[in-house]
Write a protein that binds this ligand. Sequence first.
Ligand code: XUL
Length: 518
Amino acid sequence: MFLGFDSSTQSLTAVLIDPATGEIACQQSVNFGAELPQYGSPSGFIPGGLSGEVHADPRMWLDALDLLFAKLCKATDLSKVEMIAGSGQQHGSVYLDETFNERLAMLDVTPGLAGQLAPSLTRATSPIWMDTSTGKECAEIAAVLGGPGEVCRRSGSVAIERFTGPQIRRFFKQSPADYKRTRHIHLVSSFMASVLCGKSVSVDFGDAAGMNLLNLAALTWDANLLEATAPGLLEKLPMPASVTTVQGLVSPYFVKKYGLSAGCRCALFTGDNPASLVGMGATAPGNIVISLGTSDTFFAAMPAPITDPNGFGHVFGNPAGGFMSLICFRNGSLAREALRDRLGVDWSAFDCAALEETRETAGKNLMLPFFGPEITPRHDFSGPVMEGSAEFTGGEHPGLQIRALLEGQFLNMRRHSEWMAVKPERIRLTGGASKNDGIGQLVADVFQAPVERLEIGNSAALGAALLAAAAAGEPLDSLQTSFCRPETGSGLMPDRSLAPVYEEAARKFGALLEKAVG
Ligand code: XUL
């Protein structure tokens, strides 16, 4: 059996798989806000941060690991686990002194992990991916490199506030003495992997690419980016490696305390998005994953590290080899909910039957679907921009607005993923809004590609479990065939007659967007 973890913003989840049966043997989760209220982080981070700071307490993640293992060993026989791998929310970082390895090696089973490892933290709290406090540091790094384009060419992304390099620079500037005594800077992923392995381990290529520090072409730390970020950084960073590199045996702490076998081994942890690419069965180019959540994300495997000339998209490592793109759209469910509330309707107005009523107007009314600032494209919108019939722009017909909003969201995705030069052959849809057939059908029509939904949620933790099995030698493609099964009857085929309609709409949408953004 193989165990995969996902250490995400709000919870820590474990999925145990049995490749012999093709079944998930056990799934358990710890919700930080509900189960660890002592950390005062109802949504997994410390509320009220100033100047865009969003931090979390790394001791909370350690307590969650103890709690999750306690649940797991009650629910299942952990002695059958052969290999462990995992994933973590991307970009977040943990800062530790030179005692970290020693403390990991000497863990006592009676007290918990948090109390024993906390003394090695040189920064009490960890900046996470929601942090936007490093605008100045991003500009400084880009200036040293000769502009944002050069940072993007080397690292796969322009310098971005939430990425780890700018976060490290801010720490170095604010607390130079604490930075100096920091011996290890880990990502959330490599921190959790280190705890399981009982020693400080590598960061994987997939997650390392979310730091603005990895040279994508060479897959090693980029000397110029490191120098522009903070002094002496190279010796503080773990070496990057492939997620399926076996690191050794699991720490005796987990063997003695929770009944893992002494022969259980650990691979690395990757980022939650690379792990989701695996768990969605989309590691081969041609597959696209669209996740419809608070923000929407679009990610896809890419054979080569092409970067976005506009600097909105990111390139990370694909755990199956090669690269993947990730593009975030801030106005996802945020915008769908805003329009629903503004129109005073419920979700049934987004259903297939409701959208069918306005089919005749497909691609005719245009909406730039931004109810607030957007990151793709980066612009401080104050509300949606509309162009079309008087009935539509006058707002008399809710159905027209809903169709135009959804079409606008997917036309915007289509436009901002063109740089990848990947023809979508199949789209796998996930996230809350993916259950809605009307929304799914519009995705299929706008992209002119079939849409599928999968049986299993928790795609990051599942992906991590598949990576654990792959690290033990099981072929990843056959694991994906048995575990990443589309839900029966969930397939939606594109209406081919709408291909020219959305071709024309894409062109007009682009012109309207350019006019608005300048
Ligand atoms: C990706 C990103 C988020 C986090 C969420 O760049 O910031 O998707 O990984 O966990």
